[in-house]
Write a protein that binds this ligand. Structure first.
Ligand SMILES: CC/C=C\CC/C=C/CC(=O)SCCNC(=O)CCNC(=O)[C@H](O)C(C)(C)COP(=O)(O)OP(=O)(O)OC[C@H]1O[C@@H](n2cnc3c(N)ncnc32)[C@H](O)[C@@H]1OP(=O)(O)O
Length: 243
């Protein structure tokens, strides 16, 4: 599955919906057993959630958007398919969450390709299920430091803390993901799927139990004047970077 939403694969509502439909199609076709998730945007895996969806819109839109974000995470996190990410670019916040929801991560060895949950740098907060997904991957202490500081880890560090499983030269990201896949596909499917569910269901259930409250919390938080201002300032900084 190659993500293509130029220029930065930001996860807009439309793009989230496309990803969701693609995933559902693959999951419902018995011929498919696995996905390699990668990017078609040079140098960028994903810039995360689309800031334009969270800025200057009305509460109904925020609620619709957040429901789609939740849905995509739940579907990827609990997918019965083997999902491996071949991370071939910088990967921030919501994009990093997507990669963390995969079963295995291969990252291209380019110092520019940092990844992490950098929400605090924007003046916003990673929701509890982003946090849980990170904790499940790198452990509590590393997650605590990474989340508070909004750290984006370059490849060597991402490997060291366990945010990714393998770092390979850039031209080998896909072939490395394919080689890894062979090992996962050699395991009896039902045993692997049930084990995945055993490991992940408690984390997913936390959100499933509180889904509506989580949407309301997001809408309240993102609608605050101070948060809207912080997002506008961040977007402006991104634009000024060019001049
Ligand atoms: C209670 C819970 C409350 C809240 C939780 C909300 C959770 C949010 C999680 C998120 O995912 S927030 C998004 C975090 N993402 C980032 O911080 C990444 C921001 N982007 C960048 O750092 C850079 O764009 C890049 C390193 C990814 C790529 O750099 P470069 O190749 O130099 O491209 P540009 O910076 O020039 O960007 C091109 C173009 O795209 C726009 N853009 C970038 N990121 C986003 C984004 N996330 N959403 C919307 N638009 C984005 C950027 O402004 C440029 O637009 P132009 O109109 O100037 O072309």
């Amino acid at each position: 599955m190659k993500m293509r939403n130029p220029p930065v694969n930001s996860l807009s509502l439309e793009f989230l919906t496309e990803l969701l439909i693609s995933l559902e199609k693959l999951e419902s076709d018995k011929a498919f057993h696995a996905i390699i998730l990668t990017s078609d945007c040079p140098g960028i895996f994903s810039a995360g959630l689309d800031l334009m969806e969270m800025c200057g819109r009305d509460p109904t839109h925020y609620a619709e958007y957040w429901k789609a974000v939740q849905e995509l995470w739940l579907r990827f996190y609990l997918s019965h398919l083997v999902v491996i990410s071949a991370i071939n670019g910088v990967n921030a916040a919501g994009g990093c969450l997507l990669a963390l929801s995969c079963d295995y991560r291969v990252l291209a060895d380019n110092p520019k390709y940092a990844m992490g949950l950098n929400e605090t740098l924007l003046g916003i907060i990673a929701p509890f299920w982003f946090k849980d997904t990170l904790v499940n991957t790198v452990g509590h202490r590393t997650a605590e430091r990474a989340l508070q500081l909004g750290l984006l880890f370059p490849p060597a560090e991402a490997l060291q803390v366990g945010m990714v499983d393998k770092v390979v030269p850039e031209d080998q990201v896909l072939s490395a993901a394919r080689s890894e896949l062979a090992q996962w596909l050699a395991i009896p499917g039902h045993a692997r799927q049930l084990t995945k569910s055993l490991m992940r269901k408690p984390t997913a259930d936390r959100l499933l139990k509180e889904r509506d409250a989580d949407i309301q919390n997001f809408v309240r938080f993102i609608s605050r004047d101070a948060i809207q201002k912080a997002l506008r300032v961040y977007l402006e900084k991104l634009k000024q970077k060019k001049t």
